[in-house]
Design a protein around this ligand. Structure first.
Ligand code: ADP
Length: 199
């Protein structure tokens, strides 16, 4: 299955994409994690991306499209993949189509802005892999772009630039929306049901 997850920052995309990835046996490709590791390694992509990320802005489309195209050409993506955090703009979605990358489904995780602000206040991530839950043996840190002012900027960017993708994919008949309320397990079950994945 070729799937992408849409949702505001902190909507739970990372958590649910990991569960889906294990269930479907396909890799999760998180553009946020790829960019953070590029920044950590000091690569040219990392240097180009850092100032945007720190301000809560989107990294330019051409940088993202190159990264994703390269990653999706790896053999482990041959049977499918889950994109976490891409596309985030209409031009990124159009680029996927232009490059012949056809999605089977698009899952939008719905959470209110008030809940997002509350959740992000306590969020910690693994500095190595970017996962936002506990990883044994690794100290969890606060992501610099999780500061409350930056979260508000990221929410604004989400509503302006990413949310229009829901209409884009709805027209293509690919959109599935699931409210991320309740336990992680309940939400996963609802996602499986919505995507027609047999438990
Ligand atoms: P979250 O979903 O919690 O906002 P991510 O880890 O997905 O966080 O992304 C962190 C930051 O990386 C974003 O705020 C943005 O600056 C950058 N980024 C990630 N994916 C994209 C993308 N597809 N297009 C542009 N910028 C991106």
């Amino acid at each position: 299955m070729k799937l992408t997850l849409l949702g505001a920052p902190g909507a739970g995309k990372g958590t649910q994409s990991d569960i889906l990835s294990r269930k479907l046996g396909v890799p999760t490709i998180s553009t946020g994690n790829i960019l953070r590791s590029a920044i950590h390694d000091g690569t040219s992509v990392g240097l180009a991306a850092k100032s945007y990320i720190d301000k809560g802005q989107l990294v330019p489309d051409n940088v993202i499209i190159d990264i994703v195209q390269e990653r999706l050409s790896k053999p482990d993506c041959a049977n499918g993949f889950i994109l976490d955090g891409m596309p985030r703009t209409i031009p990124q979605a159009e680029a996927l189509i232009a490059h012949g990358i056809e999605l089977d489904s698009v899952l939008s995780l719905e959470v209110s802005d008030e809940d997002i602000v509350e959740r992000m206040a306590g969020r910690r991530v693994c500095p190595r892999c970017g996962a936002s839950y506990h990883v044994r043996g690794t100290a969890l840190i606060v992501r610099p772009d999780d500061a409350p002012e930056t979260v508000r900027d990221r929410l604004h960017v989400y509503h302006e630039q990413t949310e229009p993708l829901k209409g884009f994919y709805e027209k293509l008949g690919l959109l599935h929306s699931v409210e991320n309320v309740g336990s992680i397990e309940d939400v996963s079950r609802e996602i499986f049901r919505s995507l027609g994945i047999v438990e």
